[in-house]
Structures are given as C-alpha cells and as structure tokens.
Design a protein around this ligand. Structure first.
Ligand SMILES: *Cc1c(COP(=O)(O)O)cnc(C)c1O
Length: 240
C-alpha cells in the first residue's frame, strides 16, 4: 500500500471507531444497551477499495441504496464476510438479481414488491427478511408507504410466507432540522407500537431502522435498532 492509502484506511478505521462510540453514548443516555443498536454502513459514496478497509476495520453489515451498485460491489467483494442490506428503492424487475445477494431488504414500499419478493424467495427456497419503509414525514419527495397503508398490508402477510417482515424503516423529513427528525423517529416508534397488536401470528415489528449521519443519535434515543450511516464513516476520504 502506498502511504496515502494507508492513511485513508486508518482514517476509515478512526471514523468507524468514533461512530460506534457516539452510538454507544447515545444508547447509554437513553438507558439502552449499545448492543441493541446495529450499524449499517452505507457504502454508496465509495468503491470496493474503501469498502475493503471498512470491512477490515470490523464492519460487516453494509447497505447500498441502488440495486445495480450493490450487484457490482457484491460481485467484486465475494471474498469478504459482508452482509448486504438494500436500503433504497427496488423495482420488481430487479428482484431476481438482487435477492440472492442480500440478507435483508429494508425498503419494501409496496404490496406489489412484497408479492414479487415472495414469489422469487419461494423459487430460491429461502425466506427473505424485510422491513417496510414508511413515509413518516409525509413529504412528497420521500419514498415509502403512507402510514395508513401498513395495517392492511400486515393483514395480508400470511399470503406471503417467504417474506419475513421484521420491522419498519424510515428517513426523517428534510425540513425542520434535528427537532423535526426526532419527532419523525418518535412517530415511527409510536406507529410500530400501534401496529404490533394487529400483526398476524409470528410477525413482530422489532426492528426500527432510522437515523443517518446527521441524526442517528436522536434516532437511537427514540428507539432505533439499526442506524444507516454513510457520510460520517468516510469523512476525510471523499472530496468535499
Ligand atoms: C445514503 C443513505 C443513508 C446514509 O446517509 P448519510 O447521510 O450518508 O449517513 C441512509 N439511508 C439511506 C436510505 C440512504 O440512501
């Protein structure tokens, strides 16, 4: 490795340590255990080389928002023990190619996608864990299901035995800053609590995937079990 590469690798290691430390502090502040919150490192800004450093630094759970980027990265990093999560929109015509590569799809945003996933997972003979993505802020630019659509979808889950819904995912609204983000995260938790009694037998909405680089501490205080962090892990590596 040339020197600058060693420096970059070290910088990623430091960034990761700092993020994990901040996650643990946020957990302690809200009376939670650090191991209740998992880090999903979102690698959409970087290539295979940086991802390799991140994995060598101890990060195993990685997220990509675009299916094609996930395919390409997964294909060049097959030697690493990575667990991939898709965190962005999945079109149904990309389900077949994506499913064998991922451990979870966090961004299920329609009943039709749920159907397609069930069909393909049945073919593979392997159930796929998913989260339902909720547009909790109501912003038109946001993807995700409107909150009122969740209850009918949950009622239909017994028709999709190869899809295991494990919780909810959201992105906080863009406007309104930290206060707004915190309210959105609290709203997702409250929605989960309301929906839990309406879940079919065997379905539990334990996972709450919420919080990114700018707002993950608030998300942890509001009950996140997974935070999806990109930019904070690659500070000092990316061009500004
Ligand atoms: C990019 C992205 C993230 C990470 O955002 P950062 O601000 O870079 O931490 C999280 N979730 C989704 C769905 C994303 O697309």
């Amino acid at each position: 490795m040339v020197d600058s590469q060693a420096q970059k690798a070290r910088r990623i290691q430091q960034n990761l340590a700092r993020v994990l430390e901040r996650m643990a502090e946020a957990a302690h502040r809200s009376g939670r255990k650090p191991e209740e919150v998992r880090l999903v490192a979102v690698t959409k800004y970087v290539g295979p080389e940086e991802i390799r450093w991140l994995v060598e630094a101890g990060c195993r759970l990685l997220g990509e928002s675009r299916p094609q980027a996930l395919w390409a990265k997964a294909a060049t990093l097959t030697d690493l023990p990575i667990q991939w999560h898709l965190v962005g929109h999945l079109q149904r015509n990309k389900v077949a190619r994506t499913l064998p590569l991922v451990q979870m799809i966090q961004s299920v945003d329609s009943l039709r996608l749920l159907e397609a996933l069930n069909q393909q997972a049945a073919k593979l003979g392997r159930a796929i864990p998913v989260l339902l993505e909720v547009n909790i802020s109501g912003e038109a630019s946001k993807t995700g299901l409107p909150p009122q659509e969740l209850e009918p979808i949950l009622a239909q889950l017994p028709e999709f035995p190869y899809v295991q819904v494990q919780g909810l995912m959201t992105l906080a609204g863009l406007e309104g800053g930290a206060e707004r983000a915190r309210r959105d995260f609290a709203a997702l938790r409250q929605l989960r609590d309301q929906l839990q009694p309406h879940c079919p037998e065997g379905v539990r909405l334990d996972e709450l995937s919420m919080g990114m680089s700018s707002d993950f501490e608030a998300a942890i205080q509001e009950g996140a079990t997974m935070v999806r962090i990109g930019a904070a892990l690659f500070e000092g590596i990316l061009p500004d």
